[in-house]
Design a protein around this ligand. Structure first.
Ligand code: PRX
Length: 658
């Protein structure tokens, strides 16, 4: 395994001065007793009943954890429940019908509010429509929608009838959609005509149409009319208008299908070590328990709050912390369609101010942008409603952390820096905001009940102050159960590296490297695999490389991450053409086109450097780590073992000239 970003890397690891949670926060926190760590420790795994008991179960579970077939763990396996019932129906029963469930803020200032009752009506009608289209329990429904209310409505409608959803981020390309539908054998698609990007109408349906052309299976498609006359569209065979379906099934109710706790709730494709995206499988009982518990214990969500996770539902953060966690707790979740700087750079603060948002959760990349734009934007608004701030998706260094603390939180809101992954389902490492001291730059210790360890290459825990591989030595309810294409790859990707099956000792390996301090606080350093984190989004360098090498005339490509002040990491591509060296505008354009077609604009390189050759080892392997050091201006180690050491100087000279 190549260590590209992590252990031994000379990136400075800083943490700022610790801060205690403000007493006013502690007084009202959902969790404020420091004894919770011991309590979970002494009573493991039964401690996780605290999470499961936040839900309503159709059939109560008796077993908490079945580890018979580790690492295919089963949580609450003999219980049954329905996720939509938990996120919607039960709040009506508890007399909160008119409470706002979703507050939607559109890109052009449009607003929509869905009470729990409205959400109930919507998901019942759409669930009835899906059934009528032939969706049966366990059929995978792909959802390819931007941040409009129909996205969570479609997810919850699927959950109601026991059909796992497979949400594909709306910004991904037609090819990426086709790959994910094909891999998931999905015959149903919910998409829209288009959406606004900045001021312009952008056609989503044509991407969906192109994806369907690539698929062997027949696909029934539901189209949400988002743009009306701004982008007229025509429905073809096996295409249905969302609003017409809702009218056809107006007033219908569908009983929520009781699902076994271990039944799949959804699939989410994410980037992995190889170019093939991984279909991460999440279950109903364990995932929902963990989502609800962490929303309660880490994000301190209360039913009367207005809570805003400013992520996209197309990724795991939005699944867990815009949809399932907050709705399971019956709070008001804000959904924002636009970008932070449109129409102006105070857009988010205007939304916080107008809605009196209590909790705000975003990514470091956004915080770095706010910091760059200047504190006058938040200063122009009343942000005093805020009680807690959160960050997720990439490391946050002390400077932006402190800026967030001061200028958004007015030094009165704790910040939770939450480390987790698509595969962990919900937060696994973070401080508890009503209990723990915060250390800017370190996410915190493992949550109660989590056994997070930083280990060396032999699996032995490193000393405090040292760095190593981030592993988890005990299962947890929200963990992925498998990959859609099978347990074998699941085991190879996450378990083989540090587990010992002979002694039944299973260790989950996250793919991240980290440093641990004397208080068990973890600072994530980076990934060791071919994954880069661009603005908090996970991209596979192998996938980008194969899009580049697919361009006529390109001989080889190496993609690495380059540290960036705004994006965390930028995509940096080295390309050699068949002619040896050809910085040709047409090839450059074709490369960008190919990447946008294969993945989407999010994977577009900030830099494409043409070079006569790529540096290689004597056995012919491209030295990506060296190229990463070159891109980052790091000092290079000994390059004499290369087959073509002279090329490194040429590349450096080329960069220097730019
Ligand atoms: O490298 C870690 C980084 O994001 C990766 C997971 O990406 P994804 O599955 O897309 O999920 C993102 C949102 C949960 C991790 O392997 N990461 C996530 N949170 C943090 C982080 N790195 C540092 N600090 C964090 N708080």
């Amino acid at each position: 395994m190549v260590d590209r970003n992590g252990c031994g890397h000379d990136r400075p690891v800083l943490t700022g001065s610790p801060r205690s949670p403000p007493p006013s926060f502690v007084e009202q926190a959902n969790v404020s007793d420091p004894g919770i760590y011991d309590e979970f420790e002494e009573n493991w795994p039964e401690c996780w009943e605290r999470a499961a008991d936040l839900l309503s179960w159709r059939k109560p579970y008796e077993t908490v954890l079945d580890d018979e077939n580790a690492p295919s763990y089963q949580w609450f396996p003999d219980g049954t429940l329905n996720a939509a019932e938990n996120c919607v129906d039960r709040h009506l029963e508890s007399g909160r019908k008119t409470h706002t469930a979703i507050r939607w803020e559109g890109k052009h200032g449009e607003r929509k509010t869905y009470t729990y009752r409205d959400l109930y009506v919507a998901i019942n009608e759409f669930a009835a429509a899906l059934r009528d289209l032939g969706v049966e329990e366990d059929d995978v429904v792909t959802i390819y929608l931007p941040m409009i209310p129909e996205l969570p409505i479609a997810m919850l409608s699927c959950a109601r009838i026991g059909a796992p959803h497979n949400v594909v981020f709306a910004g991904l390309s037609a090819d990426a959609l086709a790959t994910r539908m094909d891999a998931a054998d999905s015959e149903f698609l919910v998409t829209c005509d288009g959406y606004y990007r900045r001021g312009d109408a952008f056609n989503q349906k044509s991407k969906a149409d192109n994806a369907r052309l690539k698929l062997e299976q027949d696909v029934s498609t539901v189209v949400v009319d988002r743009l009306g006359d701004d982008l007229p569209h025509v429905l073809g065979d096996d295409e249905y208008d969302y609003h017409e379906l809702r009218e056809t099934f107006a007033g219908e109710t569908i009983d929520p299908v009781p699902r076994e706790a271990e039944d799949m709730l959804f699939l989410m494709y994410t980037s992995g070590t190889t170019g093939e995206p991984k279909g991460v499988v999440h279950t109903t009982g364990g995932y929902l328990s963990h989502a609800a518990w962490t929303s309660h214990a880490v994000l301190d969500v209360k039913p009367e709050d207005t809570y805003w996770c400013a992520a996209d539902i197309g990724w795991i953060t939005g699944h867990t912390y815009i949809v399932y966690g907050p709705l399971a707790l019956g709070t008001t979740t804000v959904m924002y369609e636009g970008t932070p700087d449109y129409p102006d750079r105070d857009r988010l603060w205007e939304i916080v101010d107008r809605n009196a948002v209590d909790i705000f959760y975003t990514a470091p990349t956004a915080i770095r942008a706010f910091m760059k734009w200047g504190s006058e934007y938040p200063a122009g608004h009343d942000l005093s409603s805020l009680r807690l701030l959160g960050t997720v998706g990439e490391p946050i260094s002390p400077r932006p952390w402190n800026w967030y603390y001061e200028h958004i939180g007015n030094e009165e809101c704790p910040i939770v820096d939450t480390w987790w992954q698509t595969e962990t389902g919900a937060v696994t490492v973070s401080t508890l905001p009503g209990v723990s001291e915060m250390k800017p730059g370190a996410a915190g210790p493992g949550l109660p009940g989590m056994d997070v360890r930083v280990v060396d290459s032999t699996g032995t825990e490193v000393d405090s102050g040292d760095s190593g591989y981030l592993t988890i030595a005990r299962p947890w309810p929200g963990m992925a159960r498998t990959l859609y294409d099978g347990d074998k790859r699941f085991q190879a990707e996450y378990w083989d590296r540090f587990s010992d099956p002979d002694t039944d000792d299973w260790r989950y390996f996250s793919g991240d490297t980290a440093r641990i301090d004397e208080d068990g606080y973890i600072t994530v350093l980076g990934r060791i695999d071919d994954v880069i984190n661009v603005s908090g989004r996970r991209l596979s360098t192998t996938e980008i490389e194969s899009a580049i090498t697919g361009v006529a005339g390109v001989a080889e490509a190496a993609v690495v991450g380059r540290s960036s002040e705004t994006n965390g990491t930028d995509v940096y591509a080295y390309v050699s053409t068949e002619g040896g060296y050809d910085d040709d505008a047409a090839v450059r354009e074709a490369i960008i086109d190919s990447i946008e077609t294969a993945i989407g604009p999010i994977a577009r390189p900030t830099e494409i450097l043409f070079t006569p050759e790529l540096p290689k080892t004597r056995s012919g392997k491209i030295m990506r780590r060296l190229l990463e050091d070159v891109a980052n201006g790091h000092e290079l180690g000994d390059t004499s073992a290369l087959r073509n050491p002279e090329i490194v100087g040429e590349i450096q000279a080329e960069i220097g000239e730019e």
